[in-house]
Design a protein around this ligand. Structure first.
Ligand code: PBG
Length: 328
């Protein structure tokens, strides 16, 4: 057995000895301004209603989301991502393009409340508005019609831009959506409205609670447009295409199961990279913590720090408010 004085032991543990040392050498810091809070607004609600599969997250009324927006600004968050649950759904998602539709009303109300204090990023997708629950319009055979959907996205994008959206969260995974919506915005003079592209969005089992939150009508799945978990090269192609087509920010979704994709995106993207710590990722932590199986605060901070360490400078998370409080 060698004696420890026979050779110089390299001692990385030295820098872990105290909290002050660990803080000094931390490579990654999550800041409240990195965080974007997704919010749900349901048409016709007068009081917030807690979502059963996402304890701590609510479907809001327009009034209660105004209050939440003020609190989010006060907490120093980076932004808000509104999703809406309309009272009436149809085959083409008419409520999405109606200026008085709930997502447009919500976007306008939030901007009125907080102005430019937060970046407001409404969801540019039809799935909340269609009676079949798909992200686009359907052909007679029931398949999603990519190019007919682009027309609807362009119209929806213009309505959201009129409502004051800073960025549009293009989450539908239709081919060409970023270029098509960009061209429509530019033609209408909406050159300041940006696009946050859900560039690499996987067909994930972890979206379950979100579909409850928006009362999704979906039968079947989204595997003909969202990506296959098995693939990474395809994600890089999607990211490159969205950047080429004018995405201002590219996002990877979900986050923790796809940190390899987040890292690859950060390495190749000239535009900022975001990741979405989605509903099922939130619910897992909350459910395990409710059983006393894990420490909720520590688990959220670990998840968010890991997502940032992988390369996402922007993180959408339902835990944004509580994380901001912990980080303060
Ligand atoms: C679709 C959309 C989804 C989410 C955000 N936008 C769901 C889906 O693709 O079914 C999921 C977000 C989450 O799970 O937190 N517009």
């Amino acid at each position: 057995m060698p004696n420890s004085s026979d050779y110089p032991v390299i001692r990385p543990r030295r820098l872990r000895r105290t909290a002050a040392l660990r803080r000094l050498v931390a490579e990654t810091r999550v800041h409240p301004s990195d965080l974007v809070l997704p919010v749900f607004v349901k048409e016709g609600l007068t009081e917030p209603v807690e979502i059963a599969t996402m304890p701590g997250v609510h479907q809001h009324s327009v009034d209660s989301v105004r209050k939440l927006a003020v609190e989010a600004a006060r907490a120093g968050l980076g932004g808000l991502m509104p999703f809406a649950v309309p009272a009436v759904r149809d085959a083409i998602g008419s409520a999405a393009t109606d200026p008085d539709g709930i997502l447009n009303v919500t976007t306008r109300a939030i901007k009125e409340e907080i102005g430019d204090d937060l970046v407001v990023i409404p969801d540019l997708c039809l799935d909340e508005f269609t009676d079949h629950g798909h992200c686009g319009v359907l052909r007679p055979d029931g398949s999603v019609d990519n190019d007919a959907t682009l027309d609807r996205y362009a119209e929806m994008g213009l309505a959201l831009a009129d409502a004051g959206a800073d960025l549009l969260g293009a989450s539908g995974m239709m081919d060409g959506q970023i270029g098509f919506v960009r061209a429509a915005l530019d033609a209408a003079g909406k050159t300041d409205t940006g696009l946050l592209a859900y560039a690499a969005k996987y067909a994930s089992a972890f979206y379950g609670p979100f579909r409850d939150a928006v009362e999704s009508q979906l039968q079947g799945d989204r595997r003909t447009y969202q990506q296959d978990t098995a693939n990474a090269a395809e994600a890089l192609l999607e990211i490159d295409l969205d950047i080429e087509q004018g995405a201002d920010i590219v996002m990877v979704k979900p986050a923790l199961p796809y940190l390899d994709i987040v890292k690859a995106a950060a390495e190749r993207s000239p535009v900022p990279v975001a990741a979405y710590h989605i509903s099922g990722e939130y619910a897992q932590i909350v459910a395990a913590a409710e059983r006393g199986w894990i420490d909720r605060d520590a688990a959220f901070l670990e998840a968010l720090t890991s997502i940032k360490r992988a390369g996402a400078g922007i993180i959408a998370t339902y835990a944004a408010m509580e994380a901001a409080a912990l980080l303060r």
